[in-house]
Design a protein around this ligand. Structure first.
Ligand code: AMP
Length: 115
């Protein structure tokens, strides 16, 4: 039911608008509404896996696919000098939306360690 859907499921289902840059049968990618770098894109599996802790062995191919999509989008975005991919997990990881998503950040020199 709609009220059980995460925000990202609503974006996938076109119930909430987003700037979608890529989609296929396994995932949807859209620009973060509060970008932390010139390029900040979220790559979200259609399957509503809540967190990294909920990834099952059967999801390994899907999760790998998110990274190849990230690499392709980075290429499209011209991130030739590198970029960062991040999964935040749980409260300490500052995850705020409990639908797995891979952050793709680039277009500036990123610092390490993250805050
Ligand atoms: P996380 O903190 O890892 O769960 O990341 C959630 C991300 O979703 C944050 O970077 C938010 O800025 C982003 N976000 C929240 N609402 C939206 C939205 N409606 N469209 C696009 N990105 C969003």
């Amino acid at each position: 039911m709609s009220e059980d859907k995460t925000l990202f499921q609503k974006i996938i289902d076109r119930e909430v608008d987003a700037d979608i840059v890529y989609e296929d049968d396994q995932c949807v990618a859209f620009r973060d509404i509060n970008p932390q770098a010139p390029t900040h894109i979220l790559i979200v599996p259609r399957k509503p896996i809540p967190t990294v802790d909920d990834i099952e062995p059967e999801d390994e191919e899907l999760v790998g696919h998110l990274f190849t999509v990230a690499s392709d989008i980075a290429d499209e975005e011209g991130l030739d000098n590198g970029y960062r991919t991040v999964f935040n997990c749980g409260d300490d990881g500052q995850q705020t939306v409990y639908h797995l998503h891979l952050h793709l950040l680039g277009g500036r020199q990123l610092s390490w360690p993250p805050g």
